[in-house]
Design a protein around this ligand. Structure first.
Ligand SMILES: NC(=O)c1ccc[n+]([C@@H]2O[C@H](COP(=O)([O-])OP(=O)(O)OC[C@H]3O[C@@H](n4cnc5c(N)ncnc54)[C@H](OP(=O)(O)O)[C@@H]3O)[C@@H](O)[C@H]2O)c1
Length: 414
């Protein structure tokens, strides 16, 4: 495999960044393909004299559905059939094996796989379709692949190139997938909403709604990107939230809705951290569509005999002086048992602070409403014991956006 930076591309390769950028955009057209990575593929017949032709484009929409490469090969076949005026084949796009024109190049955001899972190996699909070269933007950390896809392509005489300048964006597309495979824990985002003076509710707890409808619609998109939504039992007891995915509130185009049908049919698991087993069967978070999981401390509520509508999972406490479930063990099990790539923490000041103080938050998202709730209002985070400025928890600002009437700040712990 040859590693190239954009500045090292020769005249014939000058358009490669444009095709890889397109492959990344295709991959990003789904919110999540979990537990699989989001992958895009563009197949091009390059011709310096006559101009390049994009033969086909594809992307992965979710587990069990065609991977990006077979999807792009099938798209190339469909386009060729339409151009020739023949009757299009009736079988599904991924079921067709056919040859591409000689000299074709496939641009793929992730190393093609070489193992048979729910679908066949993509490296074999590319070899059988007759591509001449494959350009990738990231290596697959999955131990079942991890260089094996590249080796299979090269063993068949296909040239493989790694476009290094796209690696950051390709990994960013799948930061949850990389996190689960490289760190054995999901990528964790924590979302909070507050007033201009850092309050989340009035002293009496009234908080609906601090932020605008546009911000709440944006939160729906955050939910669509994650595989588990984690909250604390106190939020459930105080607000009785449903924590469901509501595509109709996301402001999506008909095409985006269609593209994400698979994602919406498999909503994120709703997770309540409930050390003392206080969650009721009639809570809205339990009753919504899809799975609801409750973590309780080893031994808590074990004597209850009635089956509950949610799944119970037991966890150890963080340490002997803490009677609350251990957050690292919750994240470990969400990664290993549920294959969660991304987790969204939507909790109150107590649980959100615990996640941040434990260093388990990879991204903090704060919606700031242009309102003042006064000094008696409830604080954003229950963090105490910071006596000196040098004890402060520091963040870097990744993005600041205006969402409706509010401001959205995306931060990374330093
Ligand atoms: N502004 C916002 O963005 C936002 C978002 C969500 C909620 N809220 C508001 O927050 C309020 C509730 O906040 P809250 O701070 O009281 O509750 P919370 O943070 O939602 O839940 C705290 C509870 O989670 C449980 N928990 C389990 N393991 C834990 C651990 N390792 N660390 C910390 N907690 C753990 C604890 O109860 P057990 O010990 O019994 O397990 C704890 O009391 C609600 O009124 C809601 O409206 C605001």
């Amino acid at each position: 495999m040859q590693t190239l930076r954009n500045t090292e591309l020769d005249g014939q390769q000058a358009s490669w960044p444009q095709y890889m950028q397109r492959a990344i955009e295709l991959a990003a057209s789904v919110f999540s393909a979990a537990p699989n990575p989001r992958v895009g593929c563009v197949i091009v017949k390059e011709n310096a004299q006559a101009g390049d032709t994009v033969l086909g484009e594809g992307w992965h929409k979710g587990a069990g559905l065609p991977h990006a490469e077979p999807d792009a090969i099938a798209d190339a076949h469909r386009r060729a059939t339409e151009a020739s005026g023949d009757t299009p084949a009736t079988e599904p796009r991924h079921a067709q094996a056919q040859s591409l024109p000689a000299g074709s190049t496939a641009f793929v955001t992730l190393e093609p796989c070489c193992h048979t899972g729910r679908t066949g190996p993509c490296s074999v699909a590319l070899i059988e379709a007759g591509v001449e070269r494959v350009v990738i933007a990231s290596l697959d950390p999955n131990p079942k692949v991890s260089g094996g896809g590249i080796a299979a392509l090269e063993a068949s005489g296909i040239e493989v190139f790694f476009l290094q300048d796209f690696e950051d964006s390709a990994r960013r597309l799948n930061r949850g997938f990389f996190s689960r495979l490289e760190r054995q824990r999901p990528f964790v985002r924590c979302k909070l909403a507050m007033s201009l003076d850092g309050r989340t509710a009035l002293a009496n707890g009234e908080s609906k709604w601090i932020t605008s409808e546009a911000a709440r619609s944006d939160v729906q998109r955050l939910r669509a990107e994650c595989d588990a939504i984690v909250t604390g039992i106190e939020t459930v007891l105080a607000d009785d939230p449903s924590m469901t995915l509501r595509p109709a509130e996301m402001g999506l185009s008909p095409q985006q809705l269609e593209c994400n049908e698979h994602r919406f049919s498999k909503p994120p698991v709703r997770v309540v951290l409930d050390s003392q087993a206080r969650l009721s069967d009639s809570a809205k978070i339990v009753l919504g569509n899809g799975r609801c999981l409750a973590y309780r401390l080893n031994g808590a509520g074990e004597s209850a005999t009635a089956p509950s509508r949610y799944e119970n999972r037991f966890a150890p406490s963080a340490n002997v002086s803490d009677s609350r479930v251990s957050l690292p063990s919750v994240l470990d099990s969400l990664a290993s048992l549920d294959e969660c790539n991304e987790v969204l923490v939507e909790a109150g000041a107590t649980l959100s602070a615990s996640f941040i103080e434990a260093g388990l938050v990879d991204e903090l998202i704060v919606y700031i409403a242009p309102k003042l709730l006064g000094r008696d209002g409830r604080p954003l985070l229950n963090i105490s014991g910071l006596d000196q400025l040098s004890d402060a928890l520091n963040f870097d600002v990744d993005a600041v956006e205006r969402i409706g009437a509010d401001i959205k700040v995306t931060l990374r712990p330093r």
